[in-house]
Ligand binder design. Sequence first.
Ligand SMILES: Nc1nc2c(ncn2[C@@H]2O[C@H](COP(=O)(O)OP(=O)(O)OP(=O)(O)O)[C@@H](O)[C@H]2O)c(=O)[nH]1
Ligand SMILES: [Mg+2]
Length: 204
Amino acid sequence: MIRLVESFFVKSAVEPSDYPASAYPEFAFAGKSNVGKSTLINLLTNHHQLAKTSSHPGKTRLLNFFLTRYKDEEQNQGFIQLTDLPGYGFAEVSQSEQEKWRKMINKYLEQRTQLRAMILLVDIRHSADKKDIQMLEMLRLRKIRHCVVATKSDKIPKTRIHKTVQILAKELGLGDVPVFPVSSLNNTGFEALLGWVHKLSLEP
Ligand SMILES: Nc1nc2c(ncn2[C@@H]2O[C@H](COP(=O)(O)OP(=O)(O)OP(=O)(O)O)[C@@H](O)[C@H]2O)c(=O)[nH]1
Ligand SMILES: [Mg+2]
């Protein structure tokens, strides 16, 4: 288990030439608008204002890069980078704007060599969405490792979580890809996700 002990906002960027140069293992948070990407980053980093959140979808419009120092149980420390991506599929954002964001995310996936894995967030209450399936296809095609985080698990009864995750995994065609149910409201489910992140960050 790791703890993210110190986190900084590094910068926002659109073009690869503006991405921060630091080469620590990077983990990107993607998913539909309003699914809880920015909230999760704030909770994981224990830093409530780090990533801007909103009850109004479409809050994050740029690639936002964060640098985080972590400690493991033996107090060994290391660094990882987190990237908050704009959400997709929000009807109130114009088609042309959404197309711009899609290109921005594709370029990021194509060019960000330090990207270690993608964390794809889906709302635990919703069945598999076409846009999420397309994102998963893209990740498989580009051979980018990934996991799925099923957010807002506080919105369904505890006894339903396991079964719901199983159904989601099947609908999304996940195979061996892990799914981590989390609630940013109740602070639950973070250990398993951070364990997965830590393990991948240590790989060569
Ligand atoms: N109940 C509950 N609400 C949550 C949870 N996570 C996020 N929310 C709420 O969902 C809304 C959207 O959260 P954000 O973190 O801004 O979502 P986002 O995915 O970053 O959205 P965009 O930036 O628009 O792509 C906010 O009102 C959050 O408080 C959760 O685990 N449980
Ligand atoms: Mg956001």
